[in-house]
Design a protein around this ligand. Sequence first.
Ligand code: FAS
Ligand code: PHB
Length: 390
Amino acid sequence: MRAQVGILGAGPAGLLLSHLLHLEGIDAVVLETRDRSHVERRVRAGVCEQPTVDLLREVGLAERLDREGLPHHGFSLRFDREDHRIPLTELTGRSITVYGQQEVVKDLVAARLAAGGGVEFGVADVALHDVDGDRPRITYVDASGEQRELVCDVIAGCDGFHGVSRASIPAGALRTIEHVYPFAWLGVLAKTPPSHEELIYANHERGFALHSMRSPEVTRLYLQVDPAEDVSLWPDERIWEELDLRLAVDGGFALREGPIVEKGITPMRSFVTEPMRHGRLFLAGDAAHIVPPTGAKGMNLAVADVRVLSRALSALLKRGDEALVESYSDTCLQRVWRAEHFSYLMTTMLHRQPGVDDFQHRLQLSQLRYTATSTAAATSLAENYVGLPL
Ligand code: FAS
Ligand code: PHB
C-alpha cells in the first residue's frame, strides 16, 4: 500500500493531523493498535483551551462541541479554606471549554470515516523502516491478521508516550529531558451533577484535589496520591470522604456524591524529546512530550503540534518547500517548553510535595496568595491557562 503520510495513533494528534491533511488534499492513513470503541471510550483530558476550540471551529469539527461543550470564564484556587476565583475572561478576553477528550476523539473519528479517511483500528506488530530515507515504510499486521506494508513519503509518530515511533529513532539522534513528580493523580468519573459551576483547584494539607466536570450530569474529580498507590485500596466511600476533606471551605460547600463509574491512577511527569523529528519521521503529541495534567495542556499541545505539522507537510508534499519541515521541531518546542513551565508551576504551587520543609511550604502559600490577590500575577496565570495564541 502507498500513502503520502502514514500516521501512527488514532488519538487527538493522529486523527486531527489526518483531518487537516485531508483538507489540504494530502492522503494519509491512520494506523491504531486499539479498537475504535476503546479509543472513543478512553477518559482523559477535559479542558479545551481557546486556540484548540478556534482551530476545531475553523476546520469544521466544532458543531457538537459548540452544542454540548461547557464554556468556562474562570476557575477557583482553594486554600486555607477560602476560595479565590481567577476571572479568566475578564483578565484575558478568552475562555476555556470543558469538553472531554473522548468527545473530541469521537467527533474526529466520525469526520474521518465520513470523508472516507483511512483509519485502520486493531493493527499489531507495527514497525518503522527507512525513516532516514525518502521512502519510509511501516510494516504491520492488520485487524484480519494479514501482514501489510505501507510505503510513505512521510511518517507522523502520533502514538503516544508508549508508542514505537520515538523508540524507532536511533538513541544518539535525540535527547530526552524528564522530571518525575513524587505523586500521582487518582482520577474518578462520577454520575452526579457538578458541585460547583466551575473548576476548583484545591491545595490542602492532606494533598491536592481538583473538581472538574464532563457535563451537567457527570463530575470529574482528582486526588493527589502516592505514585505507588493501589487503586483497589480506594473504595468509593474513601474517595468521597477524602474529597470532602480536601475541598472543604468556610461558608459551606456541599460535595454532591454519586456512583463512581471509573477510577484510575495517572503518574505525573514532565518529558520532552528534542528534536521532534528524525529524517522523514515527525513526532507529535504525547509521542514527543508529556506534561503533568495540572495545567490541562496535554491534549492542547497535541493539537498545536499537528497544526504546525500539517502546514509543514503541505508545503513539502505540494510544493517541495522544506522550510517549514526544517523549522517544525523548533517551532513546536517553543510552545512545549512554555506549557512545561506553566504545568510545572501549577503542579508545584498546588500539590503537597512529600518531605518538603516549612520554608518550601511557606513559599508555596505565598505564591498562592500572590496569585489570588495580584491582577498581574493572576493575568499571567490566566493567559497561560486559556492558551497563548498559536
Ligand atoms: P494519545 O496517547 O491520546 O494517542 C496515541 C494513540 O496511539 C493511542 O490511541 C494508542 O492506542 C495508539 N498507539 C500506541 N502505540 C501504537 C502503535 N505502536 N501503533 C499505532 N498506534 C499506537 N491531559 C489533560 O490535558 N488533562 C488530563 O486530565 C489528562 N489526563 C490523562 C490521563 C491519562 C491516563 C493519560 C495517559 C493522559 C492524560 N492526559 C491528560 C494527557 C492526554 O490527554 C494526552 O495529552 C493526549 O491524549 C495526547 O494525545 P495524543 O498525542 O494523540 O496521544
Ligand atoms: C479534567 O477535567 O479532566 C481536567 C481539568 C483540568 C485539569 C486537568 C484535568 O487541569
